[in-house]
Design a protein around this ligand. Structure first.
Ligand code: AQP
Length: 325
């Protein structure tokens, strides 16, 4: 049975990009892969200036949102990265074997570094820690969005490099599991929906707040007037229909767009209904968890203990094979 691992940063709210690209898949995979590991990767969220109290709160909120989205702590192992400090031990080991040039080539590093005045080493080494996060559980399937594909390639290179020196076949080469919604764009249609770009639609936002974001959202730029026929294939709103609306609604929306039967605002109203149908139960579960925060803390404590036992077993073997114990 393949071992599943995936992580998410507590660098802001859980948004529909994270949900459609990764977390929705986590919920599906826990049914077929009991013991799937899902991690709130707080060590990854400290590569810039941050406030400790805010980080602590966001870590809790992220765990609560993941549970509300449907991750079940009886099926999956949900934990916070810093509860398993062995991740950073293995990351150090991988750092000693990773060529600098490979890290400097990572697209996400280049994008984020370009937005910062002073670039910290942690930002560069982020994918090395990510390789450790995955490989410490000897995980071979990683449900993530498309933006993580290059980092997964580096994880595979890392596994190959370590295995070649210390034990052929010890670490698996982890494969990316993508969803159909592998890359959700922000509502400006310009760049990936991303916590750090502030262009997100939060999973727990109210219907009204979501509508205020959807109403001005960019559609097919060729559609200037309601009478202009549109092209759903280039419309970001239509790509969200594919994620949130039933199949027959998607077909109807596409026909109405191409024939100019509907204006974009009509199409957005139907999308808002689909989003509400999917997110309302998640919001309800989040409210229940807010009333009983101990359920979140308990899930993380149990998950942390289970994950740590697995990580310690791997590190025992790693130290042995590397002459460190
Ligand atoms: N727009 C997206 N479409 C599809 N999948 C996405 N993911 C993120 N954005 C999209 C996937 O969500 C998971 C968790 O991501 P993360 O929080 O660990 O880091 P990220 O990819 O860097 O997400 P953000 O929102 O863009 O955060 P910041 O701005 O802080 O870097 C991953 O599986 C990711 O692929």
């Amino acid at each position: 049975m393949p071992q599943i691992f995936s992580g998410i940063q507590p660098s802001g709210e859980l948004h529909i990009g994270n949900y459609l690209g990764a977390v929705k898949n986590w919920v599906a995979l826990q049914e077929t892969h009991p013991g799937a590991l899902y991690c709130v990767v707080n060590y990854h969220a400290i590569t810039g200036v941050y406030d400790p109290a805010v980080l602590r709160q966001r870590t809790f909120d992220m765990a609560r949102s993941i549970l509300a989205a449907g991750v079940d702590p009886d099926r999956a192992i949900l934990f916070v990265q810093s509860a398993v400090p062995e991740h950073t031990e293995l990351a150090w080991i991988f750092n000693t074997m990773t060529p600098l040039g490979e890290l400097e080539r990572q697209t996400q590093y280049k994008d984020k570094a370009a937005r910062q005045e002073s670039i910290l080493a942690g930002l560069l080494n982020y994918p090395v820690l990510q390789a450790a996060d995955i490989l410490i559980y000897r995980a071979d399937r990683v449900p993530v969005g498309e933006d993580q594909a290059q980092h997964l390639e580096l994880s595979r290179d890392t596994a190959r490099r370590w295995n070649a020196r210390f034990g052929e076949g010890f670490f698996p080469e982890p494969q990316t599991l993508l969803t159909p919604a592998r890359r959700i764009m922000g509502l400006d249609g310009q760049s990936k929906m991303s916590k750090s770009l502030g262009n997100t639609v939060g999973l727990l936002e109210s219907d009204e707040a979501i509508w205020q974001k959807l109403r001005p959202a960019v559609t097919d730029p060729a559609r200037q007037r309601k009478t202009d026929p549109g092209n759903p294939d280039v419309c970001n709103i239509y790509s969200l229909h594919k994620a949130f609306s039933p199949v027959d609604t998607q077909a109807h929306v596409a026909t109405q767009c191409r024939s100019a039967g509907w204006g974009c605002i009509d199409c957005k109203k139907v999308l808002a209904d689909g989003v509400s149908a999917e997110l309302t139960p998640i919001r309800r579960r989040a409210e229940l968890l807010d009333a009983e925060p101990a359920r979140v803390h308990d899930a993380l404590a149990t998950g942390g203990a289970r994950a740590r036992a697995l990580a310690q077993a791997t590190m025992g073997e790693v130290r042995e094979r590397m002459g460190l114990s």
